[in-house]
Design a protein around this ligand. Structure first.
Ligand code: DQA
Length: 146
């Protein structure tokens, strides 16, 4: 049996408050529930999924370096960092495969959410499909796995 491929799902600031935070935008599922769900999705796809969340930019950058050094694909919701963090974008640029996910449709909200400094370094972007965007990103990683 081949080993399941490792995948990191990394969530940026305020996403630890899923379920409490603006439920009309982000839904009622908590981050812990999302983690359990995505681990299950990964098992079904033959992926070993690890889900992490941080409100601290340096911690996130460290995780992206870890992914770069170990050649681990990443599903990343950079949250607010999407729109302004060149440091996160520079770290993303070092990771061979990153799929950027947004729960909400960032193009249908405030103007400042329409621009991503991360997208130029992402393989692709999924936005507006709710938490299902993470599942779609994992399905794609499974489909393109070596
Ligand atoms: C988000 C959209 C961002 O604009 C926002 O800052 C977030 C979440 C999303 O998943 O829809 O925190 O990335």
């Amino acid at each position: 049996m081949t080993q399941p491929q490792r995948v990191l799902v990394l969530n940026g600031p305020n996403l630890g408050r899923l379920g409490k935070r603006e439920p009309e935008v982000y839904g009622s599922v908590t981050h812990d529930q999302l983690r359990e769900h995505l681990i299950g999705t990964g098992e079904g796809l033959g992926l070993a999924v690890e889900v992490r969340q941080s409100d601290h930019e340096g911690e996130m950058i460290g995780w992206l370096h870890e992914a770069a050094d170990n050649d681990v694909p990443v599903v990343l919701n950079p949250a607010a960092w999407t729109h302004y963090s060149i440091a996160v974008a520079d770290a993303v640029a070092q990771v061979p495969i990153v799929i950027e996910v947004h729960i909400s449709n960032v193009h249908a909200r405030e103007d400042f959410r329409r621009h991503s400094v991360v997208s130029p370094y992402a393989l692709g972007v999924i936005a507006g499909l709710g938490l299902g965007g993470y599942d779609l990103a994992l399905a794609h990683l499974a489909a393109i796995r070596d």
